[in-house]
Design a protein around this ligand. Structure first.
Ligand code: HEM
Length: 274
């Protein structure tokens, strides 16, 4: 725990010192009527390339790089530091030209997606652990269809043995669509347990009209409805984790490309030569 805290303290202190030196350097340039744009631009571009290198690091874990957690920590602190660097580079003004505005939007979106992702990667695993045991994302469709089959078999068996149809009718009207279809996109954006609670309440309400055989099956259905809802929650949360990384990475490469073109154009306009 101590080394965990002191590692963070060390990274944060290092980041503050480097940023303070950069701020001092840009102020000094201003006082001597010099230009800091190229300097801050190069440092910012190099920093963005360093952040993007994390993708290569993740793809090639066999190379003798630093540990994955060290990389992530360096990534997060350096990325946070780029906010100040970006501010210094644009002199704390909103960019106006097309290229500059495009970079600002791409940078802003990458930065914000990074913050959101950091929060999600820290909070979602704990939420999932509270719901049920670990579930592999790719296995969720198969587990869902198994649940659907088990529910169907249990209801058919109850109808056969009791001769009553109350549970069977309820199943085909309310539960079969629930077990068979996927959740709407709104659920993936904001997962909630409304449908689960409604179905469980309806099952509870119906319980008193059931025969003893049907009641036993009703207990099984209670468990299956809960299990299906847990699987949907896993699917939505794990989809969120996949999507944010896809977006974060998807924004990174256009950002690098546009920032590099911007550097090139700046040189061309500065003296006509590179
Ligand atoms: C602004 C420029 C940024 C760039 C160019 C950038 C780029 C990248 C790249 C290329 C990856 C690797 C993705 C992969 O291969 O899976 C990554 C991962 C990540 N970034 Fe950033 N990032 C930036 C900002 C941020 C910020 C501001 C934060 C949070 C404070 C952040 C947090 C993360 C996290 C948590 C991961 C992945 C963790 C994991 O592997 O699960 N990034 N970023």
């Amino acid at each position: 725990m101590k080394s965990f805290v002191s590692r963070r303290l060390y990274s944060a202190t290092l980041m503050v010192v480097v940023l303070a030196l950069l701020v001092y350097w840009t102020l000094q340039q201003k006082w001597t009527l010099g230009h800091s744009s190229f300097g801050t631009g190069y440092v910012l571009l190099a920093t963005l390339f360093f952040l993007a290198l994390y993708n290569i690091r993740k793809k090639l874990p066999v190379l003798p790089w630093a540990s994955s957690s060290d990389w992530l920590q360096a990534h997060v602190y350096v990325a946070l530091g780029t906010a100040v660097l970006f501010g210094l580079h644009v002199d704390w003004r909103l960019p106006t030209g097309f290229l500059e505005s495009t970079i600002a939007v791409l940078y802003g979106a990458t930065f914000v997606s990074g913050i959101v992702g950091l929060i999600w990667t820290r909070t979602i695993p704990a939420k999932l652990a509270r719901v049920s045991e670990e579930v592999i994302y790719e296995r969720i469709p198969m587990l869902r269809s198994q649940l659907c089959e088990r529910a169907q078999e249990a209801v058919l068996e109850a109808v056969r043995s009791s001769g009553a149809t109350t549970l069977g009718e309820f199943y085909s009207e309310r539960l079969h669509p629930y077990f068979e279809s996927s959740r709407r996109i709104g659920y993936f954006v904001r997962p909630n347990s409304r449908l689960r609670r409604r179905l469980l309440a309806e099952l509870t309400e119906m319980n008193r009209y059931l025969s003893p055989d049907e009641r036993e099956t009703c207990e099984i259905l209670f468990a299956l409805v809960r299990r299906r809802d847990d699987l949907d929650f896993h699917a939505a949360m794990q989809w969120r984790l996949k999507m944010w990384l896809f977006l974060h990475l998807g924004l990174t490469y256009p950002l690098l490309a546009v920032a590099s073109v911007h550097g090139l154009v700046a040189h061309l306009f500065d003296g006509g030569v590179l």
